[in-house]
Design a protein around this ligand. Structure first.
Ligand SMILES: [Zn+2]
Length: 169
């Protein structure tokens, strides 16, 4: 991962200037994991499932948008997918591994994401933002709608988070 960051830095694709942090010309904001967790908990506590939907759909829309923006710089879809997975790892979302990819869907695992670990015990999966972001990424890359589901989450006591992304509509 350090090599990836070093490569970006040397190629002038990672910039820190005037209080702004950019990767490939996209502005990024570094927040503490616990701040984001606290926001999610408050939203879900107040809005329930509707809150989960809002988080998922906002992240999905944004996943589509940032993938579109990165596609202006990285033309190959395979390279783009690889770049985005590394970009999310660099951003602290844990290490993703694509397990299966077919016309029926994509299975993705994440063994060490700090987000569900710091979240604390939960009956329901908590990686809603990660699920939304990747649903957006796959929707853009495939040119058709994908929905994301988290079938196992570390916050539920599992040893990894497991996501399924299925083409719908
Ligand atoms: Zn999870």
């Amino acid at each position: 991962m350090f090599e990836f960051a070093k490569g970006l830095l040397y190629a002038n694709k990672l910039n820190f200037e005037n209080g702004e942090f950019k990767i490939l010309d996209q502005s990024c904001l570094v927040t503490l994991a616990d701040t984001t967790i606290s926001m999610q908990k408050n939203i879900i506590e107040k809005l329930g499932d509707k809150g989960t939907d809002i988080l998922y759909n906002s992240c999905k829309e944004e996943g589509i948008e940032f993938t579109r923006e990165f596609n202006k710089k990285i033309k190959s879809k395979n390279e783009l997918e690889d770049f985005i997975i590394k970009f999310l790892m660099l951003s602290g979302w844990g290490e993703f591994e694509e397990i299966k990819k077919s016309h029926e869907g994509i299975m993705l695992i994440n063994k060490n994401a700090p987000f569900p670990e710091r979240y604390g015990k939960s009956k329901l999966p908590v990686c809603t933002m990660m699920r939304g972001l990747m649903a957006g990424v796959y929707t853009y890359l495939a040119g058709k709608n994908y929905e994301g589901y988290e079938t196992k989450c570390r916050a539920q006591g599992n040893n990894m988070c497991v996501f399924k992304f299925i083409p719908k509509g």
